[in-house]
Write a protein that binds this ligand. Structure first.
Ligand SMILES: [Zn+2]
Ligand SMILES: [Zn+2]
Length: 155
């Protein structure tokens, strides 16, 4: 697949061919239809986030279509239109059990803890916990803004 990759913090990124992602047992791969660019991406690119391992593909504000599903995913199937919150939760830690997935103790974030959505495809963990269905008729560019920028402004 094609993806935006940077090799060094603060240095230019480039579009290149990289291996396609595969879904984890509990995860999916989404074909990206829209992805946003926000201040958090700048922090990641500048090296302010210790989760990021180089080389890296940024991007966390995304919407797209489920392409592949892990063997333990029960609630999603290929073809589903989805987006995700900024913090993807594990669904089982004490914080998640208390309903506070946004502070999950084992949280993942595409574009930070693993490669993100500045790419044709992105892998997302714990799909049954994190994926949010996009209503029919909502444009991908609108849906991609819901998980980070809209939620940040709303809160
Ligand atoms: Zn953001
Ligand atoms: Zn958790």
């Amino acid at each position: 697949m094609r993806a935006v990759v940077f090799e060094e913090f603060g240095k230019p990124a480039e579009v290149r061919e990289v291996p396609d992602p595969a879904p984890a047992e509990h995860g999916v791969v989404v074909r990206v239809e829209a992805t946003g660019l926000c201040r958090s991406d700048w922090h990641g690119w500048m090296g302010h986030d210790t989760d990021i391992v180089l080389p890296h593909v940024p991007g966390h504000e995304l919407a797209g279509v489920v392409e592949a599903v892990g063997t333990r995913v029960t609630g999603r199937r290929p073809g589903d239109r989805v987006t995700v919150p900024f913090v993807c939760a594990c669904g089982t830690c004490p914080a998640c059990a208390a309903g506070d997935q946004q502070v999950c103790e084992r949280q993942t974030q595409p574009g930070f803890s693993h490669w993100g959505s500045f790419a044709e495809y992105v892998a997302l963990d714990h799909a049954d916990v994190n994926l949010v269905a996009i209503p029919d008729g909502m444009a991908p560019g609108t849906a991609a803004g819901l998980g980070c920028r809209f939620a940040t402004a709303f809160r």
